[in-house]
Write a protein that binds this ligand. Structure first.
Ligand code: ADP
Ligand code: MG
Length: 227
């Protein structure tokens, strides 16, 4: 068997704020194969974002190990983590996180700035990514001129423009109506079919049903299978 894309070994994350420690993720051991599709559900405050941020190299485990694509990333510096993210991971946030003063095309182009591509190549890749999410006609619009669903599709194009192996999405449909959410989800499904490993957080059982595997989390304890 090939090595998994993701391997957590007794990984935990404790937030220390003053005298109070919050064990947001308790000792967790789990692996994810390449090409898999996982939906993570759980009540608010259960640790979903904490786990996704760990998996996305936006954070590190307090204890235990995270091996991503064969490399232990648990103790990397911020700069090293950023390099891993840049190479391997696309991240989509519930609230889009687009730069509001930049056009859609420019938002999608930004992750390519350090790629060594020429300006013209970056612009071409950005427009192709926008085409893939059905937004060619909106390339020169700023986020404020786009609907929520369109903004999230721009965020998807930005996450995918570098062709990452892993797509992590933190409640990607959480702020969208069902039509807009459906189109975001069908793009994610399509990418997964082309081999991108997907892990998403959701409150919505209908969204979770798209995944092959379901995790639920409660009080920082992860279990396999729907809650
Ligand atoms: P979810 O995404 O499931 O709503 P989170 O992972 O955001 O949950 O939070 C899990 C727990 O960790 C919550 O009790 C939350 O208050 C706490 N928490 C999250 N981030 C921090 C932080 N930066 N500092 C302290 N506590 C935090
Ligand atoms: Mg959250």
């Amino acid at each position: 068997m090939s090595e998994p894309l993701i391997l957590l070994e007794a990984a935990s994350r404790t937030y220390r704020s003053g005298a109070l420690d919050v064990e947001a993720l308790r000792s967790t051991t789990v692996s994810v194969e390449r090409g898999d599709y996982v939906a993570l559900t759980g009540p608010s405050g259960s640790g979903k974002s904490t786990l996704l941020h760990l998996l996305g190299c936006l954070d590190r485990p307090t204890a235990g190990r995270y091996v991503l694509d064969g490399r232990d990333v648990s103790r990397l510096s911020d700069a090293e983590l950023a390099a891993v993210r840049n190479r391997t991971i696309g991240f989509v946030f519930q609230r889009f996180h687009l730069l509001r003063d930049e056009t859609a095309a420019r938002n999608v182009e930004l992750p390519l700035i350090y790629s060594g591509l020429s300006r013209a190549d970056r612009q071409r890749r950005s427009l192709l990514a926008l085409e893939e999410v059905g937004l060619s006609a909106r390339a020169n619009h700023r986020p404020g001129q786009l609907s929520g669903g369109e903004q999230q599709r721009v965020a998807l194009a930005r996450a995918l423009v570098k062709e990452p192996r892993l797509l992590l999405a933190d409640e990607p449909t959480g702020n969208l109506d069902s039509t807009a959410g459906g189109s975001v989800l069908s793009l994610i499904d399509t990418w997964n079919r082309t081999g991108v490993t997907v892990i998403l957080n959701t409150h919505d059982a209908g969204v979770a049903a798209h995944a092959r595997r379901r995790w639920s989390i409660k009080d920082g304890v992860l279990s396999e299978g729907a809650a």
